[in-house]
Design a protein. Structure first.
Ligand code: TYD
Length: 140
């Protein structure tokens, strides 16, 4: 299974705001392009921390900074790289399988919501960048 960096998508979710505040709608197989099986969130990371540093063979993700901001660097293992700034609660990015990701520059108030297409399985994570590049080349 391989993915192209063009499949990484910036997403904008419908926002219903009125005098009571805002409500953002995120639905599996609707505006998220998979069935959501797992939700986790990351907060309390210092600005100089780099998280992620992995690619996934099976899991697809949508990342949303529901509070604060962070940056996400995505790589395809073929020399292409894009940096996204997640800084609005109604926007996110879609990450297909086999995309390398690094999350960094977390603001103090950052809450990074992560939706995944799969349950957690440590064996489908590739945590070594050189091994990831080799696997990308083997898949081509
Ligand atoms: P890790 O993958 O290092 O977090 P990130 O890449 O988002 O910075 O996960 C941190 C720890 O939590 C690690 O021991 C694995 C565990 N974990 C689970 O048990 N289930 C999960 O769904 C996730 C995302 C992590």
């Amino acid at each position: 299974m391989e993915s192209s960096i063009e499949e990484v998508k910036f997403l904008e979710f419908p926002q219903h705001g009125d005098e009571r505040g805002h409500l953002v709608i995120v639905e599996g197989n609707q505006n998220v392009p998979f069935d959501i099986k797992r939700v986790f969130y990351i907060y309390g990371s210092e600005a100089n921390v780099i998280r992620g540093n992995h690619a996934n063979r099976k899991s697809k993700f949508v990342l949303i900074n529901v509070a604060g901001q962070s940056k996400v660097r995505v790589k395809d293992g073929k020399g292409n790289e894009i940096i996204y700034c997640l800084n609005r609660p109604h926007t996110g990015i879609y990450l297909p399988v086999m995309i390398w990701k690094e999350m960094y520059e977390f603001s103090n108030d950052s809450v990074l919501l992560c939706l995944s297409s799969e349950h957690y399985d440590a064996n489908e994570y590739i945590r070594d960048y050189d091994a990831y590049v080799k696997e990308v080349q083997a898949n081509q």
